[in-house]
Design a protein around this ligand. Structure first.
Ligand code: HEC
Length: 179
């Protein structure tokens, strides 16, 4: 081999190695498909809605019971809270910007009360999981008794929920336009 041939050879090997390395790096950067919740989805969603690890914070940091809007299909009083994933895309006003969408794994929870100061009655949960066959408009929709007992199953595919939540441009979350 002449030194010129050796050089070309070395460069060619270098290029191949660089391409291979790049392919591997890209692979590790890409987390792959988001996990799809299977099995007893309602219990899992309920456990997530109660989990400190999710980092729930009250809407606009106001942990107070509000009167539901007249447009609501829910109990008369409520509180809304969002997990850390959901909060990562909120604007400085605590709202999702118009036209924006929540990332996969976002959870929005509504705790429902019959009276101000009374015990929590129900818990309504939306979890962003577009790839789940039970998702409607990209969200899983479930409503549970305060102790986790079944009320409206996520396996109903949001049939009772998504229609009424469709009336805005903030990824189906209604609180932002109303409060
Ligand atoms: C008749 C309309 C209507 C129906 C049906 C409805 N919702 Fe709602 N929902 C609302 C409104 C309006 C709000 C905003 C808060 C309020 O005024 O109560 C809300 C709030 C929520 C929130 C807090 C996040 C947000 O969008 O503001 C969750 C979570 C939620 N609903 C889940 C559900 C689930 C799950 C179902 C079905 C079991 C459902 N909703 C059915 C109207 C509805």
């Amino acid at each position: 081999m002449t030194s010129a041939t050796k050089l070309i050879f070395a460069l060619a090997i270098g290029t191949v190695l660089a391409i291979l390395q790049n392919a591997c790096t890209n692979k590790s950067d890409n987390p792959g498909p988001v996990t799809v919740t299977t099995g007893n989805i309602d219990s899992i969603l309920y456990a997530q809605s109660e989990s400190a690890a999710e980092g729930f914070v009250a809407y606009q940091n106001k942990d107070t019971v509000r009167a539901s809007s007249s447009a609501s299909g829910h109990s008369p009083f409520f509180k809304v809270r969002m997990n850390a994933k959901a909060r990562s895309v909120l604007g400085a006003d605590g709202k999702l910007p118009v036209g924006a969408v929540f990332p996969e794994g976002s959870i929005v929870v509504k705790d429902l009360y019959n009276t101000v100061g009374g015990a929590r009655q129900l818990v309504a949960i939306m979890r962003k999981e577009s790839a789940n066959p039970y998702a409607k408009e990209g969200w899983l929709w479930a409503e549970m008794q305060a102790d986790g007992g079944a009320y409206v199953s996520a396996k109903d595919k949001g049939v009772l929920c998504a229609g009424c939540h469709s009336s805005n441009d903030r990824d189906f979350v209604r609180t932002f336009d109303l409060f």
